[in-house]
Design a protein around this ligand. Sequence first.
Ligand code: HEM
Length: 205
Amino acid sequence: MLKIWDLPIRVYHWLQAILFIGLVVTGYEFIGAEQAHLVLGLALFIALLWRIIWGIVGSDTARFVNFLPSFQQLIRYVTKQQDHYVGHNPLGALMVVLLIFLLLLQAVSGVYISEFIDGKGILGRNVFRAFETFHTLNAIFLTGLSVIHILVIFVYQLQGNPLINVMFTGHKMMPSNFYQPKMMNNTNALLVLAVCIVLVILLIS
Ligand code: HEM
């Protein structure tokens, strides 16, 4: 049994999933929950910044450089030449990076069109409207991608690859020729989180 996902990654993942569902629900105007949407959006923005910085300074399996696949790695995975991975598999890694990137764009465009910033004053009305349109279309696209993500994960799970359990416990059964990846201290992750909270508060105040 190896420890694959550290606590920060697991907290980030499940928090992000809950926030995302809350954001989709409160995003509909007829629900009348604009304030809740703003608060959830800021929380997701903080979580994303945390994940991105942790992807640079965090544990081995959290680091983008360790799981962004090369073309050869993708081919090896697709042609089933390698089927065990510590962390994300090459195809999963592409989806993860796309999700994080689009979620970040969603958060940035959300802050830009929110009451926190004078978006119309900064780049003009047309750019403001373009951000609004992007925010709406990207929300639909992200919802579709999330559904695909969840379906694929369930297919793996049903095929006997318990990815969901691993995302809860952090531990995974691996062949004996795999080594334990280096895990960073949770206190470091808390410090990074504190910095992200301060950054977002500074941005909106
Ligand atoms: C109930 C719903 C969900 C389940 C069961 C689920 C399950 C998982 C699992 C098992 C992984 C690890 C995949 C691997 O081993 O390579 C993962 C990763 C990930 N999921 Fe989900 N997920 C859910 C919802 C979501 C949602 C709603 C989003 C975003 C909109 C999301 C975004 C991500 C991201 C970004 C990662 C990469 C985690 C990281 O490296 O930080 N997931 N998910």
